[in-house]
Design a binder for this molecule. Structure first.
Ligand SMILES: *Cc1c(COP(=O)(O)O)cnc(C)c1O
Length: 464
């Protein structure tokens, strides 16, 4: 393919993409296929001779599209949103063209510098305390990671390194392996599985802190565990708080947990993967109060801030903590396999939406969640299972777990909308997350009519 053909195909591809997104609603949101469907549809080996672009695009419709779960369909309400916007897609094209690998400043100066500035811009949108902003002289700063899981792991490893050094500074005879075997990390029993995985990779103990009736960690619960563990000769060193848990969007009490962590010399990392984007709105910013006690903070603009995957943003209060643990380039928190020019997507989205445009997106989606919540509340066969704070509604039919499992089976089978469940205090709960950028009130109303119709049929069939 030469430049002339690229111009032609590129324009065709832009049309294909715009058509796909404009008409996405006409496609079933969830595929109707068995695992292994794809192998039979394509040859067993790569072609020897080059093929035509037309043939390839025909196979996109024949082979790929039937096997896509359409995350950007306005009828997709599963998991959490996967951000997508036209400005971010355009930036991705440009990023592909520049194709640089920014592992050091010299390897691509604009890539390295734009990233630190974009993290400052975003940090200011969230009104992060000054200590997290790099500016020109700050000790803190931000970096883009691929995922929240990666950010959590990084914070845990940095905390581990710091804890070993701290203990050895006063007990110089203690070996590193002895200290490591005594370290204990904590997180909520509602935390994302990646937090536990970080402890596995970091080879440290991790204890799950039980949550209150709102699925949040309170200071007393962590304090009790820390005291027990210290009495048993262990060394508490790390707490990963969650703001906006994956099952129910619950918020740990960081204004109280933070001072406890600071007093106990425990690193506090905040995982706000989903909820973080909402903190750009002044009315939701109080949910982040207590951030001043944290050592590191992360959220995923690739979930809810219209920046396509991957873009997970992490800030630390002291860059030297991370640099010490990973021996990275002093000025920028880069690691060796630092990838593409991801900050371009941020720059495009921030400039073409503006803070106001981004706030409008968050507010619209929260309003849609509230609208769905009212529909559920108005139907006495159903109940709301967790407070609706942002764009997620947890609900269920009053009745057994089995009844709700059957309802979800019917929803999934009908393929009109897509939802996933969660478990809350042993109860099987349906999660309704506002996901697509193009979801409107009419989709919420239609989804609810669909759910109540399936529930009606199900209840009719129940033995009385
Ligand atoms: C989605 C989510 C994650 C995982 O995010 P990745 O970027 O896929 O690693 C972590 N924590 C919470 C609270 C989440 O909701």
């Amino acid at each position: 393919m030469d430049a002339a053909e690229f111009r032609r195909r590129g324009k065709e591809m832009v049309d294909y993409v715009a058509d796909y997104l404009e008409k996405i609603e006409e496609r079933p949101v969830y595929p109707d296929l068995e695992p292994g469907y794809l192998r039979d549809l394509i040859p067993t080996e790569a072609p020897c001779e080059p093929e035509s672009f037309e043939d390839l695009m025909q196979d996109v419709e024949r082979v790929i599209m039937p096997g896509i779960t359409h995350w950007h369909s306005p009828n997709f309400f599963a998991y959490f949103p996967a951000a997508s916007s036209y400005p971010a897609m355009l930036a991705d094209m440009l990023c592909g063209a520049i194709g640089c690998i920014g592992f050091s400043w010299a390897a691509s100066p604009a890539c390295t510098e734009l990233e630190t500035v974009m993290l400052d811009w975003l940090g200011k949108m969230l009104q992060l305390p000054e200590c997290f902003i790099a500016g020109t002289h700050g000790h803190g700063g931000g970096v883009i990671q691929s995922t929240a899981s990666e950010a959590t792991l990084m914070s845990l490893l940095a905390a581990r390194c710091k804890a070993v050094r701290r203990v050895q500074a006063v007990e110089s005879e203690r070996s590193e392996s002895d200290v490591l075997s005594k370290l204990v990390a904590y997180t909520s029993d509602q935390a994302h599985s990646s937090v536990e995985r970080a402890a596995l990779i970091g080879a440290v103990m991790m204890r799950k802190v039980p949550t209150d009736e709102h699925f949040a960690v309170r200071e007393e619960m962590l304090k009790k565990m820390v005291e027990e563990d210290k009495a048993a000769g262990l060394i508490p060193f790390y707490f990963c708080a969650t703001l906006g848990t994956t099952p129910s969007c619950a918020f740990d009490h960081i204004t109280k947990l933070g001072p406890l962590c600071n007093k106990e010399n425990m690193w506090m990392h905040i995982d706000a993967a989903y909820a973080g984007s909402a903190f750009i709105c002044p009315e939701f910013r109080p949910l982040l109060n207590g951030i001043e006690y944290a050592d590191s903070f992360n959220f995923n603009p690739h979930k809810w801030l219209l920046i396509n995957f991957d873009c997970s943003t992490m800030w630390v209060k002291k860059r030297t903590d991370i640099i010490g643990a990973f021996k990275m380039e002093p000025l920028y928190l880069k690691h060796e396999n630092q990838e593409r020019f991801r900050s371009l997507k941020m720059w495009f989205v921030f400039r073409l939406y503006g803070l106001k445009g981004l706030q409008a997106h968050i507010r619209k989606q929260v309003a849609l969640a509230k609208e769905f919540e009212s529909l559920v509340q108005a139907d006495n066969r159903f109940e709301i299972c967790a407070e609706v704070i942002l764009g997620l509604v947890c609900f269920r039919l009053k009745g057994s777990n089995e009844l709700n499992q059957n309802l979800l089976k019917r929803i999934t089978k009908s393929r009109e909308i897509h939802l996933v469940p969660c478990q809350l205090s042993g109860r099987f709960v349906l999660r309704f997350a506002i996901c697509a950028r193009t979801t409107e009130s009419r989709h919420i109303q239609r989804a609810w009519r669909h759910i109540t119709q399936l529930a009606f049929e199900l209840l009719q069939e129940q033995p009385h």
